[in-house]
Design a protein around this ligand. Structure first.
Ligand SMILES: [Zn+2]
Length: 230
């Protein structure tokens, strides 16, 4: 079956499909609409570059696409440069994170919650709990508000899976970056509503605390740990 042809014509400058009337005779062949053809050649080229930046494929970029993007971060046109920097930072941080995850394995983890979180029905509940997790030997200690503490020894496989999920899906290593705005740093008198302390097998140690309500990933970790005690 023949491919259905879309109505109108594509303009490579503004990146839009426009009616045939929006193109002059010459414009049709050049793929530049009347409105865009009134722009200077320099401006047309800039528009095209901005569109290409906005529409970069979501898949992993090829070497040459990556190089093109990298070069645009030094572009002399301020608009191109700032958009390219933004796109590049997004792409690069995703790639860098995925790479970093490969070398992270949690040895011990402490989670402290002292605030309101949403339960699975979306209702806020007050939680004051502390969890201490250790991979070897596999133990989880839960201390509740009244000071009572409980220790369990989950199967190593279950615990290993949970810790892996905490790194790869919850991205715990970046909680400080993702959830703790630098503005928080000055407010030391505020009691933290949640905090984590993590020690990784490669020797890295992470401490994060925040006076803001626990974000979803923090609640998810709390629920997963609480589930071990059911
Ligand atoms: Zn156009």
């Amino acid at each position: 079956m023949a491919k259905k042809k879309l109505p109108g014509h594509f303009c490579k400058v503004c990146g839009m499909r426009k009616s045939n009337e929006s193109f002059s005779g010459r414009g049709h062949a050049a793929h530049i609409c009347k409105a865009c053809s009134r722009l200077s050649p320099a401006r047309q080229a800039e528009e095209m570059t901005l569109h290409r930046l906005e529409n970069l494929p979501l898949r992993r970029l090829s070497e040459s696409e990556m190089m093109w993007l990298k070069n645009r971060t030094h572009d002399h046109r301020p608009e191109v440069k700032s958009l390219a920097c933004m796109v590049y930072a997004q792409r690069f941080s995703r790639q860098a994170r995925n790479q970093k995850k490969q070398e992270l394995s949690i040895q011990t983890l402490t989670l402290n919650i002292n605030g309101e979180i949403c339960d699975s029905y979306g209702d806020p509940i007050y939680v004051k709990e502390n969890y201490q997790v250790s991979r070897t030997p596999p133990t989880v200690v839960r201390t509740q508000e009244d000071g009572a503490s409980q220790t369990i020894a989950p199967p190593p496989k279950i615990l290993a899976k949970l810790l892996k999920w905490t790194v790869h899906t919850l991205e715990i290593f970046w909680w400080g970056e993702d959830y703790c705005a630098p503005a928080d740093a000055g407010q030391e008198d505020e009691t933290p509503l949640w905090s984590v302390h993590v020690e990784y097998s490669n020797g890295e140690v992470q401490d994060v605390e925040s006076a803001d309500d626990p974000p979803d990933h923090v609640s998810e970790l709390l629920f997963a740990l609480a589930e071990l005690f059911e």
